[in-house]
Design a protein around this ligand. Structure first.
Ligand code: F6R
Length: 612
């Protein structure tokens, strides 16, 4: 969601900025722009649509400079248009911004009274005018920015340049991600390190409240006006691999990477038939003390949390609650002592999840309630990892497609590892069950590989969805969240309206929707709910609905007229959700490709939702 790239170098910077923006495309955007300073002049180019339009305009106008900022915008205030695209300028100041300035109306009125004219409907433009105005009193960019930042309410990351100081770039992080890329004789900023990988693999991860003065040969970071040091971290090669390779889309590549991603994730925790003694060892005392788990997450990560609730309560008898972060953060929930607050997030930067986490931490501290926080997250350098007591990494590698796939399966694997670990510490997990689950976890990558072999069959079925307007997904138990996840995948990338339901709810409403034109996708692993699910399938068939069943090879479910069956390899019932999400991912992918949508960057969506 919105992307910033900026930098200062001896060489021309525009190509680096454009390449950086291309690498941020996955985050979702509707317009893009760049500003550079060249011989005391501020040169700006902005375009609606793809970065390629901007790249063409930059090339056509020979835009060049050694200092520059660039941006992909995802409209919040004001529609996508050239005028609303960043960078925004005021006098000789240019600004790029991620996030939202919540009090911009009030600041705008004040600036208008001072004679500033607004050329966009954005909240960002107030920052450009405020800095320009401050420079009239304090002709130093760093000081001017430091003086206006306390006036900004909301969450934001900023990159700011001024023609009068053509050798420095000022950056601010307050609630939206921003990293510094450390080069040799050149330095950069970006909202995601991926954007800067062509120029460096050394990064400084800024913290909330950091204000930075970036020059070619120096990086100064200030907190409340005091200079401080932050460590430079080097990324390893695995993190830097983000090309589509032989695949047509990142999403497909990421679906097929799941066996490896799950393997990596479990290998960090498991020896042959046991948990490694040092796995989450730092949390042993905490796990012994906790009385319940409260999971907080958004979207797909929330669905992973829903599966974990079943596991946690059934396998180790520990109460587990799950809630969407955007609800949890505003409903002032009662904080219960000795709760483990578990945030699940691919990016670790999701605004609602972070806000919920911070709110719990603040309120628990105020009331002296002992709580513990933990993150399951895919980005080791994220805010969420930094701000929680413990973390467990999903080792999925960079996920570029907006629709989450391998992040989800690795979250499930990580959650199962966590359940095993807590059960072991609390001694609430029967040894034989633990052995069975560990064996099944090791087996999981193989079953995932076998499941992926159904791709051609699923492609064939997907053609039957292309003309449909609506679709239902049904599952029971741990497959109810997978039904929700299937519906989310289909709607977000193919734009077909889809609903996920617990199959037992069918008669309580959604059955009314079922007719000849309603495809109903069923998740039918072989478990104790299978017979009940078979009755639900009958109910759909009797009403003329067309069934698409992903069924265990031993479930005795066979194809008939208007009943399509894809057989899924047998798997332990505990781990079936990790396997059964694969066919729904593939189905959604193929339907979207056949409908010609933008699979990796679906309309209106962003990868990392860093605003509320
Ligand atoms: C859907 C999807 C989103 C994310 C959600 C949370 O495919 O990707 O629903 O799961 O925006 O993002 P993270 O996991 O980064 O907190």
């Amino acid at each position: 969601m919105c992307g910033i790239v900026g930098g200062i170098a001896e060489r021309n910077i525009t190509e680096i900025l454009i390449e950086g923006l291309k690498r941020l495309e996955y985050r979702g955007y509707d317009s893009a722009g760049v500003a550079v300073i060249n011989q005391g002049q501020l040169l700006r180019e902005r375009q609606v649509g793809k970065v390629i339009n901007l790249a063409d305009a930059v090339a056509a106008h020979h835009l060049q400079g050694n200092l520059g900022i660039a941006h992909t915008r995802w409209a919040t205030h004001g529609k996508p248009s050239e005028q609303n695209a960043h960078p925004h300028a005021s006098g000789n100041v240019a600004v790029v911004h991620n996030g939202i300035i919540e009090n911009y109306q009030e600041l705008k009125q004040e600036l208008q009274q001072l004679g500033y004219v607004f050329s966009s409907q954005t909240d960002t433009e107030v920052v450009a005018h405020l800095v320009n105005h401050a420079l009239k009193q304090t002709p130093d960019l760093l000081q001017a920015v430091q003086s206006i930042v306390p006036r900004l309410k909301g969450a934001y990351a900023l990159g700011i340049v001024w023609t009068e100081q053509p050798d420095e770039l000022i950056a601010v992080r307050e609630g939206s991600p921003l990293v510094i890329g450390v080069g040799i004789g050149e330095n950069f900023i970006s909202s995601d390190q991926l954007a800067l990988l062509p120029v460096t693999n050394r990064f400084i991860y800024l913290e909330e409240g950091d204000i930075v003065r970036l020059k070619r040969n120096s990086i100064e970071i200030f907190v409340n006006g005091q200079a401080i040091d932050r460590p430079v971290k080097e990324l390893d090669a695995a993190v830097t691999n983000s090309s589509k390779g032989e695949y047509k889309h990142f999403m497909l590549k990421e679906i097929f990477e799941q066996p490896d991603a799950v393997q990596q994730t479990i290998a960090q925790a498991l020896d042959a038939d046991t948990l490694k003694p040092d796995f989450l060892a730092k949390a042993n005392q905490t796990f012994a003390a906790i009385q319940q788990i409260q999971i907080i997450a958004c979207g797909t990560s929330y669905h992973a949390g829903m599966v974990a609730k079943y596991w946690c309560e059934q396998i180790i008898g520990l109460p587990c609650h799950v809630e969407i972060a955007s609800e949890y953060r505003y409903r002032h929930p009662v904080i219960v002592a000795n709760t483990l607050f578990l945030c699940i997030s691919q990016s670790g930067e999701t605004a609602d999840s972070l806000a919920a986490l911070r709110d719990i931490q603040r309120r628990a501290k105020q009331k002296h309630i002992p709580i513990h926080t933990m993150a399951i997250c895919n980005v080791s350098t994220s805010s969420m990892i930094r701000e929680t007591d413990f973390h467990l990494l999903t080792l999925a590698g960079p996920e570029i497609g907006v629709a989450s796939t391998k992040a989800f399966t690795t979250q499930l694997a990580a959650l199962m590892l966590l359940v095993l670990k807590i059960g072991e510490i609390k001694q609430t997990l029967a040894e034989s069950l633990k052995q069975d689950i560990i064996k099944a976890l090791w087996h999981c990558p193989k079953v995932l590989n076998e499941t992926l072999k159904n791709d051609t069959e699923i492609l064939r079925l997907s053609s039957l969805f292309v003309e449909k307007q609506h679709c239902l997904f049904l599952g029971r138990g741990t497959h109810f969240p997978i039904a929700l996840e299937g519906a989310l995948k289909l709607k977000e990338i193919s734009y077909i309206h889809a609903e996920g339901y617990a199959a037992g709810e069918l008669k309580h409403g959604p059955l009314a929707l079922v007719d000849n034109d309603m495809p109903v996708v069923i998740l039918a692993p072989k478990d104790e709910m299978l017979d009940k699910l078979k009755s639900n399938m009958e109910e759909v068939q009797t009403r003329g609905g067309e069934l698409f069943v992903f069924a265990d090879e031993h479930s005795d479910i066979h194809a008939q007229d208007r009943k399509h069956v894809v057989h899924i390899p047998q798997v332990s019932e505990w781990l079936a959700p990790i396997i059964y999400c694969v066919p729904v991912q593939l189905l959604s992918y193929h339907v979207a490709v056949l409908r010609g949508t933008d699979v990796d960057q679906p309309r209106n969506l962003a990868k990392s939702v860093t605003v509320e």
